[in-house]
Design a protein around this ligand. Structure first.
Ligand SMILES: C[S@@+](CC[C@H](N)C(=O)[O-])C[C@H]1O[C@@H](n2cnc3c(N)ncnc32)[C@H](O)[C@@H]1O
Length: 251
C-alpha cells in the first residue's frame, strides 16, 4: 500500500516537473544566464575539466542526464573527443537542445527522451556520466544516483553539478535573500511562471548539502567521492568513480 502511494506520488512529482520545464523551456537559457550573471557557463566548464581523463580516452562515451536545453552536452562535445548523448524527459527542452546542436561545431548530438530514473541504456555503457541541476528535481535522489552508477563502466566517473549550501555565513544569508526573494520575482516576470522560480529555491532547500550528498553517493556504490564548492558553495561539483573489481583486487 505504502509502495503504491509512493509510486503515485513519484509519478505526480514527475508529471509536475516535466510540465513546469515544458512551460519555461523557451526562456530557460536566457534566465539561467541572466540570473546567474553567466556563472552557470563557468560552472559547466568545471565539470568538463573534472572528467578530462575519462573524456579523453580513445572511443570515450559520455552521457549527460537531465540535459535540458543541452548546454553541458554541447560543452562536452565541443571540448572533448568523446561521443556524447543527452537525455531528458521534457520534450520542449530537448527540442531546443537539438536545434542548438545542429547549429554548433559539436555536430549533431543524439538527444534522447528518457527518465533519469529509468535510463534506456544497458549496464556499464559510459566512461563518463554527468547531471547538472537535474538530480534535485528527481522524485528520489538515491534511485537517481544508483541509475547513474548502473550505466557507468567500471572505472568510469560521474560528475554531479548542483546548487548547494554556501559555506560563508554572511554570504549564505545574502544569497538566501536573493534566491528566495529576488529570483522568483525576476524569473517569474520573464518566464511567465512564478511557480517555477519559487520551486527553484524550494527544491534547493530540500536538497542535501555537500557532505550529505557525498555520503549518498558512497551509499549508491561510488568510490573516490569528492566535491568542490563553486562560488562559495552556491553550487558544488561532486565526482565519484565506479571502482572496477580489478582495482579492488577482486578479479
Ligand atoms: C534545471 S534543468 C537543468 C538542465 C541542464 N542540465 C542544465 O544544466 O541547464 C533540469 C532538467 O531536468 C529534467 N528532469 C527533471 N526530472 C527528470 C527526470 N526524472 N528524468 C529526466 N529528466 C528530468 C527537466 O526536464 C529539466 O530539463
Amino acid at each position: 500500500m505504502v509502495s503504491h502511494e509512493n509510486d503515485v506520488s513519484a509519478r505526480e512529482h514527475s508529471r509536475r516537473v516535466r510540465a513546469m520545464f515544458g512551460k519555461i523551456a523557451g526562456r530557460y537559457d536566457l534566465l539561467n544566464h541572466l540570473l546567474s550573471g553567466y556563472t552557470d557557463t563557468r560552472w559547466r566548464k568545471h565539470v568538463v575539466r573534472k572528467l578530462g581523463q575519462e573524456l579523453s580516452k580513445d572511443g570515450a562515451r559520455a552521457l549527460d542526464v537531465a540535459c535540458g536545453t543541452g548546454d553541458l552536452a554541447l560543452r562536452l562535445a565541443t571540448s572533448t573527443t568523446a561521443f556524447v548523448i543527452g537525455t531528458d524527459f521534457c520534450r520542449p527542452m530537448l527540442e531546443i537542445a537539438a536545434r542548438k546542436s545542429e547549429s554548433s561545431e559539436a555536430g549533431t548530438i543524439p538527444f534522447v527522451e528518457a527518465d533519469a530514473l529509468n535510463l534506456p541504456f544497458i549496464d556499464s555503457s559510459f566512461d563518463a556520466v554527468t547531471i547538472a541541476f537535474g538530480l534535485r528535481n528527481l522524485s528520489n535522489f538515491e534511485s537517481g544516483l544508483k541509475e547513474l552508477f548502473r550505466v557507468l563502466k567500471p572505472g568510469g566517473r560521474a560528475a554531479i553539478l548542483e546548487f548547494s549550501t554556501p559555506v560563508v555565513p554572511g554570504f549564505r544569508s545574502l544569497f538566501k535573500f536573493y534566491f528566495s526573494t529576488v529570483l522568483p520575482r525576476v524569473g517569474g516576470f520573464i518566464s511567465g511562471s512564478r511557480a517555477a522560480y519559487e520551486y527553484l529555491p524550494d527544491s534547493v532547500s530540500r536538497f542535501p548539502d555537500q557532505k550529505r550528498l557525498a555520503a549518498m553517493m558512497k551509499a549508491a556504490g561510488f568510490g573516490e567521492v569528492e566535491y568542490q564548492n563553486l562560488t562559495g558553495g552556491v553550487a558544488a561539483i561532486h565526482v565519484g568513480t565506479r571502482i572496477s573489481q580489478d582495482a579492488l583486487g577482486h578479479a
